[in-house]
Design a binder for this molecule. Structure first.
Ligand code: NAD
Ligand code: ZN
Length: 246
């Protein structure tokens, strides 16, 4: 299932960087944005998770985020998330970069994690940037900051907003310095995250894509593993465990 080249890298590598997207959480029951479930009440999710929706359609925006938060309350990490906790143990210089905002990697137990798009379980004051635990709102009652009175918003990066610069720089550094780069369950379309595997490859890493479908990265990958992250990652973790017992 895994090529000899990949097996050799898995045995010897110390620097490994992983990029995850919505696909790794799909098996936990979290809908992806671009799959067949990428709709909410007939709205395209890509039109709701935007800075324009927050500013111009605030009530609908909050209803959407409150629904996502409520949905996440009963959701647990799956075997794919847990395998990446093992990866963090195996590789000395491991970095997990995620585009997901669902907190599932942290619940699973990963520590060396960069949340490129923030975390939906936090709110942030639009004025003073203080962070708060997430609230849900019916949309009629937009939550306010108890320090400065500014309006709160989910602490996530919306379409149309810039990423946190320090987080992006750390992710780029991890991509440029690693020996193996895994791109897992991401459509590799949303920039700047989509450029990370390319940066990694340009710097000599072995780039592996794990996805059920083709993406723009597929033809540029050194290895493609077609299938679900929840099946492939636990198998790989077992293989690494065996390879690294010297
Ligand atoms: P996406 O929805 O654009 O793409 C999901 C990808 O995962 C697809 O390529 C699909 O083929 C693949 N996939 C689906 N099920 C899979 C499985 N079981 N195993 C392996 N691959 C699988 O997601 P994206 O690339 O992460 O970009 C969407 C944006 O939306 C991101 O910015 C992210 O922040 C946000 N988002 C986050 C969540 C979350 O936090 N769970 C959910 C939806 C969207
Ligand atoms: Zn404030």
């Amino acid at each position: 299932m895994f090529s000899n080249k990949l097996l050799a890298r898995l045995r010897d590598a110390s620097a490994v960087t992983v990029l995850t997207g919505a696909g790794i959480s799909a098996e936990s029951g979290v809908p992806t944005f671009r799959g067949k479930d990428g709709l909410w009440q007939n709205y395209k999710v890509e039109e709701l998770a935007t800075i324009q929706a927050l500013q111009k359609n605030t009530q609908l925006f909050w209803q959407f985020y409150s629904w996502r938060r409520t949905m996440l309350q009963n959701i647990k990490p799956n075997l794919g998330h847990y395998a990446l906790v093992d990866f963090e143990r195996y590789f000395k210089d491991f970095t997990l970069v995620t585009q997901n905002v669902d907190n599932l990697h942290i619940t699973a137990g990963n520590k060396k994690i960069i949340e490129l798009h923030g975390n939906i379980l936090r709110d942030r004051c639009s004025k003073c940037n203080t962070l708060f635990p997430a609230v849900t709102s019916a949309g009629t009652d937009i939550p306010h900051c108890n320090k400065c009175g500014g309006t709160l918003r989910p602490d996530v990066v919306l379409f149309g907003e810039n990423l946190n610069e320090a987080a992006l720089r750390r992710a780029q550094h991890a991509a440029a310095e690693c020996e193996i780069f895994f791109s897992i369950g991401t459509s590799t379309i949303v920039e700047p995250a989509a450029s990370l595997p390319f940066l990694s490859k340009a710097n000599g890493a072995y780039v592996v894509e794990i996805n059920e479908e083709d993406t723009p990265l597929s033809v540029h990958s050194n290895e493609i593993l077609r299938g679900s992250a929840g099946k492939i990652l636990p198998q790989m973790a077992m293989v690494i465990e065996k390879l690294r017992i010297k």
